[in-house]
Each structure stands twice: as C-alpha cells, then as structure tokens.
Design a protein around this ligand. Structure first.
Ligand code: RB5
Length: 149
C-alpha cells in the first residue's frame, strides 16, 4: 500500500484504542493525522466519521483508522463519503481479506468488542497487505459507480 499520511479518528468510546493505535503507527514511522476526538468526553461518532471522509477525499490522508464503541457507527459515517471504503474489522483474517478483495482504504475497530492485541495485529496486517486486483478490481470499481441499471 502507499506510504502517505494515515488519519486516525474516534469518538469517546474509541478514544483509548485510537490513542494506542496512533502511538503504534508513530512508532512504526508513519505520518499520523489525528482528527480527534481528544478525550473521553462524549461526542458524536458521525462527526468523526465525516472528518475521516474529508481527510481521505481531500488527499490529506491516504489511509485511515477509525474507532468507536462497536466500530459500526463511525464506519457507516465514513462510508457516506464516496472516497472511502471503510471496513469494520474483527481480526487479522478480516483485515487481510478486506485489503485483498475490497481495497479498503480505512479500517474500523470497535473498542468495546475487540481485544487490544487483536486490534494491533489486525492493523499491521491491514497496512501490509496489497490489493489483489484481478477479478476484484471491477467489483471495487462498481462501488464508486453505484448500482447496475
Ligand atoms: C457510543 O456510546 C456508541 O454508541 C458508539 O461508540 C458506537 O458504538 C456506535 O456505533
């Protein structure tokens, strides 16, 4: 995958895991753009998913990491932006497969439902797995075109 900036974003329920993954990314030498939130004070996941969408669409970040309580709300919010292919990932297998098959550019985790070490390992796999292309390329292209008429 490309080596541009990686944006991270979470709501209050994903703040601790977002901070931990951010440090892992920085320790690994990545440029990290932190879109917030910056504390465990209650906020709305929709705002942080939308901020991720803008960061990806504008090119400020090439890839992204999202965290909320389940990973669901914040990934739905990010996926409203057509530049985003956010995948809710539960383990190393789903992290690998969403890169191979979906060319996902954003990974989402649920802090309340995933183990910390599983999330850390899944993020490493997500970042190191290349898109397989081939039969998956046309399918991924259709995601940007909308339904077949
Ligand atoms: C916040 O309580 C929680 O609803 C949110 O983090 C997320 O899990 C929503 O999908």
């Amino acid at each position: 995958m490309p080596g541009g900036a990686i944006a991270v974003a979470s709501d209050h329920a994903g703040f601790d895991l977002k901070e931990l993954l951010k440090r892992d990314l920085q320790d690994a030498g990545h440029t990290v753009l932190d879109l917030g939130t910056h504390s465990t004070q209650s906020v709305d996941y929709a705002d942080y998913g939308a901020a991720m969408g803008e960061a990806i669409a504008s090119g400020k970040a090439e890839r992204g990491v999202l965290v909320c309580g389940t990973g669901i709300g914040i990934s739905i919010a990010a996926n409203r932006n057509p530049a985003v292919r956010a995948a809710l990932v539960h383990d190393e297998t789903t992290a690998r497969l969403t890169r191979l098959h979906n060319d996902a550019n954003v990974v989402a985790f649920g802090q309340r439902v995933i183990g910390i070490e599983t999330a850390r390992a899944a993020l490493k796999v997500f970042l190191s797995t290349e898109f397989e292309g081939g039969r998956h390329a046309a399918r991924v292209a259709k995601l940007s075109k909308g339904p077949v008429k």
